[in-house]
Design a protein around this ligand. Structure first.
Ligand SMILES: Cc1cc2nc3c(=O)[nH]c(=O)nc-3n(C[C@H](O)[C@H](O)[C@H](O)COP(=O)(O)OP(=O)(O)OC[C@H]3O[C@@H](n4cnc5c(N)ncnc54)[C@H](O)[C@@H]3O)c2cc1C
Length: 468
C-alpha cells in the first residue's frame, strides 16, 4: 500500500522589490520509502487552498508543535507565482483578526510586499428605500479590512508554510479515500490514500472545500442549500480617481452588488444575481456591461408609499430623542470600463456541517461552512477555524494528549460553532431579507438598517462580530 514514491516538496521563492515581487518555483524531491517512517505524519491537511495552507503555516510556526510533522496535500498543480501588473478578478476582504493570524505566521509581510488595499469604511444601502448604513470612517487610521487578491494571499501563506521545516507540501495529490481509526483495534491512526500513495496520521484535517471528500469519508453531514445565484466578479475602472478606501454594497431585489477598492481608480466587483442574469451579464459587450453596472449602482427604483411612510415616522421618532443619522450620505462611484477578460461567475450556496470533528478528523474552512459572499466572511471564518484548531492542538501537546483525541477536537468544535453558527445564520437571514421587494419585508429591513445607522453601539457590535 505504501509503495516507494517521489514526494514533491514545492517552494515558492521571491525576488525583487516591494512592487515587483517575482516568484519562481523550485521543486525538492524527497523519497518516500515503504520501509521508512516518512509515510507517517502527525497531521495531514487535505486541501491546499487559502485555509488549508494557512493552517499548515500556523502549525509549522507554533513552537509547541515544533516536533510534529505536517503534510499538506493539494489536488491541484503547483503553480509558480509572479505578481502581474494586472489585478486578479478574485479578491477577498480580510478582517483585522485574519490579518493578525497572517502576521503571526509570517505571511502578511509577503502580502504587503506584493499589494493589498485598505478598506476604512463600508457603505451599504437599500435600492428599494432610502435606508443606508455606514461602518467605520474613511479618515480612520486603522483599516477595518484589507482587500487582497486570492493568488497573492495563497502565494504568501504558501511561502510561510514552506519556511516551516516541519511542513511538507504535495501537489497533484488528491485524497482519494481514507480509513478512520477502528474502534476496538489498537490503531488510532487515520490512513489516507492519494495519487501519491498512502500515508498515515494522527489527525486528518479536511480543508478540501465545500465538496469535501474528507467530510464524506468521515460520515459527517453537510446541510446545504443552492441559492441559484452566481457571484459575478470583474475588475472595474472608476470614472474618476478617488481616495478609494470605501467598500460599497447596494442591496438590489435580485441580489447585492459590491465594489471593493483596489487602487485609486480600480475596484473589484462582486455582483450576486440569478444564474440566468449572470449568464446574460457575462455575455454582454464591455460597454453594455458597464452600463448595466452603473444602472445597478445608481438606478432609482420605484418607491413604495408604505415604506416611505414608515421611514418618515421613524426619522421623526428618532429626531425626537436626538438620534438622527448623519444627514449627508457619501455618493457611490461610477464605472468607466471593465478590464478585458476579467469577468467570471461563481455558484453560490449555503452549507454547514452540524459536526466539525470525528475521531482523528477535523474540518476547517468551506469544508465545514459555506456562506454567501454578501458579508465577505467565508474566508475569515475559515481563518478563525485555523486559529482555534492550532491553539487546541498546541494545548493537546502541552497536556500530553494525542493530537486526534476527541477531547481536544470537541473543544475546537464548540469554540468555532459558537461563532460560526450565528454568523452563517445571520448571513443566510440577510440574503433572504434582501432577496425580495415585498413591501412588508422592505419596511422591516429599512427600519432595521436605519436604526442600525442611528445606534453606534449596534454598529460596533456588528463590526466586532465580523472582525473576529
Ligand atoms: C465571489 C466570491 C467572493 C468572496 N469574497 C470573500 C471575501 O471578501 N472575504 C471572505 O472572507 N471570503 C470571501 N469569499 C469566500 C472565500 O473565497 C472562501 O470561503 C475560501 O476561499 C474558502 O477557502 P478553503 O481553503 O476553505 O476552500 P477552497 O478555496 O475551496 O480550497 C479547497 C482546496 O482543496 C483542494 N481539494 C479539493 N478536494 C481535494 C482532495 N480530495 N484532495 C486534495 N485537495 C483537494 C482544492 O483544489 C482547493 O485548493 C468569497 C467567495 C466567492 C465565491
Amino acid at each position: 500500500m505504501f509503495g516507494g514514491r517521489f514526494v514533491f516538496r514545492c517552494r515558492i521563492l521571491y525576488t525583487g522589490s516591494c512592487q515587483q515581487v517575482k516568484g519562481c518555483l523550485a521543486v525538492r524531491h524527497a523519497h518516500v520509502n515503504t520501509q521508512d517512517k516518512s509515510r507517517y505524519y502527525d497531521v495531514i491537511i487535505a486541501g491546499g487552498g487559502l485555509v488549508g495552507t494557512t493552517l499548515a503555516a500556523a502549525l509549522g510556526h507554533t513552537s509547541t508543535l515544533a516536533g510534529k510533522t505536517v503534510l499538506l496535500l493539494e489536488g491541484g498543480p503547483c503553480c509558480s507565482f509572479q505578481l502581474q501588473p494586472r489585478y486578479s478578478n478574485r479578491v477577498v476582504a480580510i478582517n483585522n483578526s485574519s490579518q493578525s493570524l497572517l502576521e503571526s505566521v509570517g505571511a502578511w509581510q509577503h502580502v504587503l510586499a506584493a499589494r493589498c488595499a485598505p478598506v476604512r469604511k463600508l457603505q451599504v444601502w437599500d435600492a428599494c428605500s432610502d435606508a443606508a448604513a455606514s461602518f467605520g470612517r474613511d479618515d480612520l487610521a486603522r483599516a477595518v479590512a484589507h482587500v487582497v487578491e486570492s493568488d497573492v494571499l495563497l502565494a504568501a501563506v504558501s511561502r510561510a508554510a514552506q519556511l516551516a521545516s516541519s511542513v511538507t507540501t504535495l501537489h497533484e495529490a488528491s485524497v482519494r479515500s481514507c480509513e478512520l481509526p477502528r474502534p476496538g483495534t489498537d490503531s488510532d491512526l487515520v490512513r489516507v490514500h492519494t495519487d501519491h500513495g498512502s500515508f498515515a496520521c494522527s489527525l486528518l484535517v479536511g480543508a478540501d472545500g465545500a465538496a469535501s471528500r474528507v467530510r464524506g469519508a468521515a460520515g459527517l453531514q453537510f446541510v446545504s442549500r443552492d441559492y441559484h445565484q452566481r457571484a459575478l466578479v470583474a475588475t472595474l475602472q472608476l470614472s474618476e480617481p478617488t481616495e478609494n478606501v470605501v467598500a460599497w454594497q447596494r442591496f438590489l431585489p435580485s441580489g447585492p452588488i459590491a465594489l471593493l477598492p483596489l487602487t485609486a481608480q480600480l475596484s473589484s466587483l462582486v455582483w450576486s444575481t440569478s444564474t440566468d442574469e449572470a449568464r446574460r451579464l457575462l455575455s454582454l459587450p464591455p460597454d453594455s456591461f458597464v452600463d448595466a453596472v452603473n444602472e445597478a449602482l445608481w438606478k432609482q427604483f420605484p418607491r413604495d408609499s408604505a415604506v416611505e411612510w414608515a421611514l418618515r415616522g421613524l426619522y421623526r421618532l428618532l429626531e425626537g430623542v436626538s438620534l438622527a443619522p448623519p444627514a449627508v450620505r457619501q455618493l457611490q462611484p461610477s464605472v468607466a470600463c471593465v478590464e478585458e477578460g476579467s469577468r467570471a461567475a461563481f455558484p453560490l450556496g449555503l452549507g454547514h456541517a452540524p459536526r466539525y470533528v470525528a475521531p482523528g478528523i477535523a474540518l476547517v474552512g468551506d469544508a465545514a461552512h459555506r456562506v454567501h459572499p454578501l458579508a465577505g466572511q467565508g474566508m475569515n471564518l475559515g481563518l478563525g477555524d485555523v486559529r482555534s484548531l492550532a491553539r487546541v492542538l498546541a494545548d493537546a501537546v502541552s497536556s500530553g494528549q494525542r493530537l486526534g483525541s476527541m477531547a481536544g477536537l470537541l473543544r475546537y468544535e464548540t469554540a468555532r460553532q459558537r461563532h460560526n453558527v450565528p454568523t452563517v445564520l445571520a448571513i443566510d437571514g440577510l440574503h433572504r431579507l434582501y432577496n425580495t421587494a415585498a413591501t412588508p419585508v422592505v419596511v422591516l429591513r429599512s427600519l432595521g438598517l436605519h436604526l442600525t445607522q442611528c445606534l453606534p453601539p449596534v454598529k460596533e457590535a456588528i463590526m466586532e462580530h465580523a472582525a473576529v
